[in-house]
Write a protein that binds this ligand. Structure first.
Ligand code: PLP
Length: 284
C-alpha cells in the first residue's frame, strides 16, 4: 500500500521513522481515522476538527489547513485504489535528539498517513445483522479520554480483556458504575423506545459516528434521544444496546457479560436508527 510520510507518498516498505520519534518513545501524538467509501468520506470535517482540537490541546502546531488535510486524504484514497477504506492520520510531536519528557522546542511534527480496509456496510437488517457480545469492566484508562491520543495502551488492554473472553468489545464503566464508552466505540442503550447515551466529557472520546447519528436522529425526530449518565444497572436492564465507531457504524449488541440483552434479538429501534444512519451519513 501507499502511505504518506512527512510530505511524500511512498510504498509502506520504504516509510522509515527514527526510534527517537516521540510517537514511538512516549505515544506523544494525536491520531484520527476517517471512513471513506469509493472516495466519499463520512464526517470528514468533524474528524479533522477533532484532530485539530487534539493537536491544540497537546501543543503540537501543524501548518496545514482543513483543505490541505482533505486533499491529502483524497490523494491517499486514490493511490490506494478506493473501496472501503479507513484513512489513518498520525501526528507525533516529532523526533528529538535525546529522550526527555519536556516538549522540545523547534522540532517538526512527524505526519504519517495510511489506509486500511474496513467492512463494506450492508443495509441494516435486524434478521441477518450480527449481534455483538460485550463484557463489562471498570474503565482503568486515563482522565483525558476526550483526546484521541496515540498512547492507546489503556484501550488496548481493555480490548484484549474482551477478546480473551471471546467477546467483540469491552464495555467500560467508571468507579460510580456509570457507563463511559467501550474500548474503541461509543455506547448507547435503548429503554422504552428512548435512545440514551453518556454525555460528552473527559471520560469519553467525542465519537464522530455518535455525533452524526445524534444529528440524524434529531433531524428525523421520530426517536427520542437523551444524552445523560447511564448506569451499568440500566445497561443490564436495557431493551437494546448499541456501540458505534467509524468502521463498524452502528452495531447492535445482543450479549452483555453472557446475558442476553432485551429479548436477545437485534432490536427494532436499532433497525430504524441504523437505516437512517446509512441513508444520511454522506450528508455529514
Ligand atoms: N471511543 C473510542 C475509545 C474510540 O477509539 C473510538 C474510535 O475508534 C470511538 C469511541 C468512536 O469514534 P468515531 O465514531 O469517531 O470513530
Amino acid at each position: 500500500s501507499i502511505v504518506y510520510l512527512n510530505g511524500d507518498f511512498l510504498p509502506v516498505e520504504n516509510a522509515k521513522i527514527s526510534p527517537l520519534d516521540r510517537g514511538f518513545l512516549f505515544g506523544d501524538g494525536i491520531y484520527e481515522v476517517i471512513p471513506s467509501y469509493d472516495g466519499k468520506m463520512v464526517g470528514v470535517n468533524g474528524h479533522l476538527k477533532r484532530m485539530l482540537n487534539g493537536l491544540t490541546e497537546i501543543g503540537i502546531n501543524v501548518d496545514k489547513s482543513i483543505a490541505d488535510w482533505v486533499s491529502l486524504c483524497e490523494k491517499l484514497c486514490e493511490l490506494n485504489h478506493y473501496g472501503a477504506l479507513g484513512i489513518y492520520i498520525h501526528i507525533s510531536r516529532g523526533t528529538d535528539t535525546k529522550r526527555h519528557h519536556a516538549y522540545p522546542e523547534g522540532i517538526t511534527p512527524t505526519i504519517f498517513m495510511m489506509t486500511f480496509e474496513i467492512p463494506v456496510p450492508s443495509l441494516p437488517d435486524s434478521k441477518t445483522a450480527k449481534g455483538y457480545s460485550l463484557i463489562s469492566t471498570e474503565d482503568l484508562r486515563w482522565q483525558r479520554c476526550h483526546i484521541k491520543s496515540t498512547a492507546l495502551l489503556g484501550n488496548v488492554m481493555h480490548y484484549q480483556q474482551g477478546h480473551e473472553a471471546k467477546c467483540n468489545e469491552t464495555l467500560l464503566y467508571n468507579n460510580k458504575l456509570e457507563l463511559t464508552e467501550a474500548s474503541s466505540s461509543n455506547v448507547y442503550i435503548v429503554k422504552d423506545g428512548v435512545v440514551i447515551t453518556p454525555p460528552l466529557d473527559n471520560q469519553i472520546l467525542p465519537g464522530i459516528t455518535r455525533d452524526i447519528l445524534l444529528a440524524i436522529l434529531r433531524e428525523d425526530g421520530s426517536i427520542k434521544i437523551e444524552e445523560r449518565v447511564v448506569t451499568l444497572e440500566e445497561a443490564k436492564n436495557a431493551d437494546e444496546i448499541w456501540i458505534s465507531s467509524s468502521s463498524k457504524e452502528i452495531a447492535p449488541v445482543t450479549l452483555l457479560d453472557g446475558n442476553i440483552v432485551g429479548d436477545g434479538k437485534v432490536g427494532e429501534v436499532w433497525q430504524k436508527a441504523a437505516t437512517l444512519y446509512s441513508k444520511n451519513k454522506f450528508n455529514y
